[in-house]
Design a protein around this ligand. Structure first.
Ligand code: PLP
Length: 392
């Protein structure tokens, strides 16, 4: 007998992976493929990242560089991350508030698991990163989607308030957002903070924001990404260097539980305990050192920005409806005909791979990743144009 929930999870592949792997097979068969399926960074890591890897390997003794660190990470690396955040946001974070994880995914599962008391509910704003559902349901809490406002894909705080109950433990906030590319504005987040403060008081326990921030540095047109702990003290940060430093395969990120959060020490310890229960030992020690050396490095966003503008301008000129994204590297587009699965299937027949939004909580939208080659993007435009004509 095996766990039926885990079996079902293991036997279904994410729709993104399925399309991505289909694309690989088609390319191997010599087909021309326009692949907008996966969010794999398409700009190289900043040069200092690779230089750090090399220099650390050359200049540190082998036993220490390949050895275990303390379970939450090496003190100096945690210190480097805390200092970088403090210098950027004027915060007062201590290194003890940070523990390294193998990317944002285990950061999120650890925090959710830490909050999964009996009957716990965790809210997420749709559209949401598709893996939130298994992250929440697989770690002992109920997953509660909240529709965003459909005009701008900002948080609909009234809809959110209706779904907060005495069992609500946390709301996952992801800005810049995957899949919409939208950055939540300061007024939106202030309103969210007001609702959660009121509801926490009403129900007599803190409702945390779990701020999932892998795209924090990927913003355009001067968009502001407010530092959520400043607006709402009961915020826990889950961060990843996967996108900002273009190293998703290196698996490095962190959880940060600021001192100002209610029961911060208990929450930190429970998240560390949750990570332990999931078999997390310590994040890769080489990557911790690289992050310590490159905490202030930033990606060169020019290529993402060029793709964002080119695809948005082209698709909207053909008649597609889409909120102009100002963050991350995705476009979330209303599916002509209203059924994104059907649209995606039709696109796939032309080797154009876009992800239907059902798993993101919006089955009438599709996602196109703009972390692709610009040349491929330009070649795909006539296909997008022909497709929408079939619906007009
Ligand atoms: N959260 C969001 C919104 C993401 O888009 C991703 C990855 O695409 C993750 C979390 C997981 O990131 P990581 O690769 O660091 O585990």
């Amino acid at each position: 007998m095996v766990n039926q929930y885990m079996l079902a999870l293991g036997q279904t592949r994410s729709c993104i992976r399925e399309l991505f792997e289909y694309g690989i097979r088609q390319k191997a068969a010599g087909e021309t493929v326009y692949d907008f399926s996966i969010g794999n960074p398409s700009i190289p890591a900043p040069p200092e990242v690779n230089e750090s890897f090399v220099s650390i390997l050359q200049n540190t003794d082998s036993l220490s560089v390949h050895g275990y660190t303390q379970a939450p990470g090496a003190m100096d690396a945690r210190q480097a991350v805390a200092e970088e955040l403090n210098s950027r946001y004027g915060s007062n974070l201590r290194w003890e508030s940070i523990f390294f994880t193998c990317g944002a995914a285990p950061a999120l599962t650890s925090v959710v698991r830490a909050l999964a008391v009996e009957g716990a509910e965790v809210l997420a704003i749709a559209p949401y990163f598709a893996e939130y559902r298994p992250f929440v349901e697989g770690n002992g809490a109920a997953f509660v989607p909240v529709p965003a406002d459909r005009e701008k894909f900002q948080i609909d705080c009234a809809a959110l308030e209706e779904r907060v109950t005495a069992h609500t433990q946390a709301v996952i906030v992801n800005s810049p957002n995957n899949p919409s590319g939208v950055v939540y504005t300061r007024p939106t987040l202030e309103k969210l903070a007001e609702v959660l403060t009121r509801k926490s008081r009403e129900f007599g326990h803190p409702i945390y924001i779990i701020s999932d921030e892998p795209y924090r540095e990927l913003v355009y047109d001067g968009a502001e990404v407010p530092f959520l702990p400043d607006l709402y003290p009961n915020t826990v940060i889950c961060y990843s260097y996967s996108k900002s430093l273009s190293m998703p395969g290196e698996r490095i990120g962190y959880v940060c539980v600021p001192d100002r959060a209610a029961d911060s020490k208990l929450l930190f310890a429970a998240a560390a305990g949750a990570a332990r229960s999931l078999g997390h030992v310590c994040a890769p020690s080489l990557q911790q050192r690289v992050v310590a050396a490159c905490a202030a490095s930033r990606p060169d966003l020019e290529a993402y920005d060029r793709n964002r503008v080119a695809l948005y301008d082209a698709l909207t000129s053909y008649g597609y409806q889409c909120v102009r994204p100002n963050g991350a590297f995705y476009l979330f587009v209303k599916a002509p005909g209203g059924d994104a699965q059907a649209f995606s299937n039709r696109a796939k027949e032309r080797n154009l791979l876009v992800v239907p939004g059902g798993d993101f909580g919006c089955p009438d939208y599709f996602r196109a990743s703009t972390c692709v080659s610009h040349e491929m993007l330009l070649r795909s435009l006539p296909v997008f144009k022909e497709l929408i004509k079939e619906y007009q």
